[in-house]
Design a binder for this molecule. Structure first.
Ligand code: ADP
Length: 594
């Protein structure tokens, strides 16, 4: 029950709703006593032969009034308790979401998206249930149960009450036991179902590969195995479900039997009237729900406890990249400087960058080339502070990147990552992602710079065309160019293109680079690329190999060095010549050396 203590801060926050909700439940419990009492009076009057029409009218009218009040109170407590618990869901979801947005890529790298989603959905749902149904079942079992038992014992017959209640703990036990088994099995069934979903999704998106490798039969068999598993686990759920009702009926039946058997003696011996026995048996019916509630309570609380702990543990993970207390609150600009002795990713011994000394003056373009895995992306991500390197090793305008406010740092940088992320929104919204207030003219201007404007005009709804799963299918090159337009819209001090031109053809690449040169005269640009033509015009090019700079200079200087750059450049030139001539070497983007 410690979960209620942990949620106390929220109960205090919503004390009006909770007090009113519980007060309403008390009123309801008291009102519920009335109808059986009315029955008792009427039955006893019938028995005594003194029932008049006026009596009947009076009691039925009173019952009607009480019924109406019950209706209103029933509405009120739901609004109060479930309204409050849903607000808790909103509050926790917001906290978790905000926390996720503060976390670094490392955090997401270490955890599976599916798990994080489960925390944000199932766990929060379980906590909401504790603050809603949990409080209800607790209040109901104690208040309603207590009031009914008190009335039965003190106003009717305490001995009869003890006898009638004898089997009831068995019901609370059964509810709790079956409930927890049901939950475990249900969870397994859900898991099996979600495996099937994953498989369907994977097979649909990978259908071309499955067909190309002739694996349809194998995949069919695998899928059937998963379906069998789903059925088996759902039957396991049904088995417990099937036990549940008969057990409850049995226990309640025994209780009623004992009441009627013992009560009849009481009536015969004159200890209680028939009316009282009738009233008593109706009250006994009223006890079924509190007993069930008592059993359910344990399950709700158990789940809530585990979920609350999981969510709290997540919320307590500090972001590993955070603002220093005296962080500089200005958008960085000026020279970009790397004086990096070495860098390894957290939890990895492998040195990814070593002895990197690079200076890029404001307005210059730096090209970063090298084989896959040589450290190009890492070099760029360090500038964005996705990870922190040695203190003071990377500076913008003379100030270490770690000294700027993160928000300001990221405002200075327009980043086009390798893996493009487009959202399920319109093309215009995707471009305006970093600046939602952008005008249509601004959006179109950057789209032109990124050479995607003409393509967009050919989409069915132009800039209003939906992108993503339910929208238009874009080619890799189109996605890249939309991502570039998105970064350009911010007119950033520093633009980072991380192999962002790999899927566009050589001519378009040339046009985009030309446009960048014209429009970003005073601004710095960092371009990493496989295709060396993308960095040919850069003021400075570095060649990385195993995290070290092995060659550096302008294109002309590098061509005189007879090193990796020259060899690669000539090879790519040859490849594109062959490709243009209809040869078989393939597209220059898929360099055999990379
Ligand atoms: P490139 O962009 O040149 O292909 P990367 O910077 O992506 O190279 O990778 C450089 C090296 O760092 C690779 O050996 C890669 O395996 C490693 N690496 C990249 N990301 C991580 C990470 N998050 N954790 C650990 N190692 C990483």
């Amino acid at each position: 029950m410690s979960i209620f203590k942990d949620l106390w801060w929220f109960f205090k926050l919503e004390k009006k709703s909770y007090s009113l909700g519980i007060l309403t439940l008390v009123m309801l419990a008291l009102l519920h006593l009335f109808a059986p009492y009315a029955v008792r009076v009427v039955v006893d009057k019938i028995e005594a032969g003194t029932l008049t029409v006026e009596d009947l009218l009076l009691w039925t009218t009173l019952s009607l009034v009480v019924g109406l009040a019950t209706y209103c109170f029933g509405f009120l407590w739901r609004i109060m308790l479930f309204g409050a618990s849903n607000r808790l869901g909103k509050l926790l979801r917001n906290r978790l979401y905000e926390h996720f947005t503060r976390m670094s890529p490392r955090f997401f790298h270490q955890r599976r998206t599916g798990d994080l989603m489960a925390h944000a959905t199932n766990d929060i749902q379980a906590i909401v249930a504790t603050a809603g149904e949990g409080v209800l079942t607790l209040a109901d079992s104690i208040i309603t149960g207590g009031i009914v038992v008190f009335t039965m014992a003190f106003f009717i017959d305490w001995k009869l009450t003890v006898i009638a209640l004898l089997p009831m703990p068995l019901m609370a036990w059964a509810t709790s036991k079956y409930g927890s088994m049901l939950h475990k099995r249900f969870h397994k069934a859900q898991e099996a179902f979600s495996h099937t979903n994953d498989k369907v999704q994977e097979n649909i998106s990978g259908v071309r590969v499955i067909k190309a490798f002739g694996q349809e039969e194998y995949e069919k068999k695998e899928f059937k195995k998963l379906l069998d598993d789903v059925v088996e686990k759902n039957i396991a759920v049904a088995r417990i479900d099937a036990l549940f009702d008969p057990t409850i009926i049995l226990v309640v039946g025994v209780s009623f039997f004992l009441t009627v058997a013992y009560g009849s003696f009481g009536v015969v011996s004159g200890e209680i009237t028939i009316g009282e026995l009738t009233q008593f048996t109706i009250y006994l019916g009223h006890l079924i729900w509190p007993m069930l509630a008592f059993g359910w309570l344990f399950n709700i609380v158990e789940r809530g406890r585990a979920s609350y702990d999981r969510v709290e543990a997540l919320l307590h993970i500090p972001p590993d990249i955070a603002d220093r207390p005296d962080a500089v609150d200005q958008v960085p600009s000026g020279e970009v400087e790397y004086r990096l002795k070495s860098f390894s990713y957290p939890e990895s011994d492998k040195m990814v960058l070593k002895d990197i000394f690079v200076r890029v003056k404001q307005g210059e373009t730096l090209g970063i080339v090298g084989k896959t895995g040589s450290g190009k992306t890492t070099f760029l991500r360090l500038l964005l502070r996705e990870f922190d390197a040695e203190p003071g090793s990377i500076r913008i305008g003379g100030i270490p990147v770690t000294d700027y406010k993160l928000l300001r740092l990221r405002q200075a940088i327009g980043y086009v990552p390798q893996d493009h992320v487009l959202f399920s929104a319109t093309v215009a919204e995707n471009i305006a992602f970093g600046k939602p207030e952008a005008t249509q003219e601004e959006i179109e201007e950057v789209a032109r710079l990124a050479c995607i404007h003409e393509d967009i005009l050919h989409f069915e709804h132009g800039y209003e065309t939906l992108v993503g799963e339910r929208g238009v299918t874009l080619s890799g090159g189109q996605k890249q160019r939309i991502s570039i337009a998105r970064a350009l819209l911010l007119d950033p001090e520093i633009l980072i293109l991380d192999d962002s031109l790999s899927a566009v053809d050589a001519k378009t690449e040339h046009l985009i680079l030309e446009a960048l040169r014209k429009n970003r005269k005073q601004k710095t640009t960092l371009i990493s690329a496989h295709r060396l033509s993308a960095v040919e015009q850069a003021d400075q090019i570095i060649v990385l190999e195993n995290g070290r700079v092995i060659e550096r200079g302008t294109h002309q200087e590098l061509m005189q060095q007879n090193g990796w750059y020259k060899e690669m450049y000539e090879r790519q030139q040859l490849e594109s010549l062959v490709a243009e001539g209809g040869g078989t070497v393939g597209h220059p983007t898929t360099s055999p050396l990379s």
